[in-house]
Design a binder for this molecule. Structure first.
Ligand code: SF4
Ligand code: SF4
Length: 153
């Protein structure tokens, strides 16, 4: 009786390496990339890394990483790193980067999409219940409402 079952040990190591399908990280990266592009409505690959956005950003000194690097990380699907920097939360949506970008990338929309992706996981940037009493007393109500809309899910 002839058995046609192919065992892993029958395959040459070189071929086995070629045949291996590495699914997890690449698919996750692709899904993240597609989702970010869909929510933001932006063509992320348009960015050619000139850095003009970074030079135009008034909030740069408060950011963990600059807007140009955010675009590079987005292009590479580095969602774990993007989730751990404060840049999208600090972005003031002032549009300085957007009007200067030679490729027409609407970076504030990318930042908004990054915030949305975090908020949809119920991850708040601030916890209203933990705000100091002094802040609540001194902060104008409209600023509180605007802050909660941007920073909480
Ligand atoms: S200005 Fe535009 S093209 Fe240049 S790095 Fe920023 S997003 Fe990319
Ligand atoms: S919109 Fe955000 S990233 Fe762009 S310049 Fe203003 S603060 Fe910086």
């Amino acid at each position: 009786m002839i058995h046609n079952t192919l065992k892993t040990s029958d395959i040459h190591p070189f071929l086995l390496k070629k045949m291996t399908i590495r699914l997890s990280t690449n698919i996750a990266k692709r899904e993240f990339f597609d989702k970010l592009a869909k929510i933001s409505g932006q063509n992320i690959q348009q960015c050619f890394q000139c850095g003009t956005c970074t030079g135009a950003c008034p909030m740069l000194d408060k950011m963990d990483t600059n807007p140009r690097k955010i675009m590079r990380m987005a292009q590479a699907g580095m969602y774990e790193k993007l989730e751990n920097v404060n840049t999208c939360w600090v972005c003031a949506s002032c549009h300085s980067c957007n009007v200067m970008c030679p490729r027409g990338v609407d970076l504030p929309k990318i930042m908004e999409a990054l915030r949305q992706m975090r908020l949809r996981k119920n991850q708040n940037m601030i916890e209203p219940s933990r705000l100091p009493v002094e802040t609540i007393k001194e902060c104008p109500q409209i600023a509180m409402v605007a802050g909660f809309r941007k920073l909480t899910s």
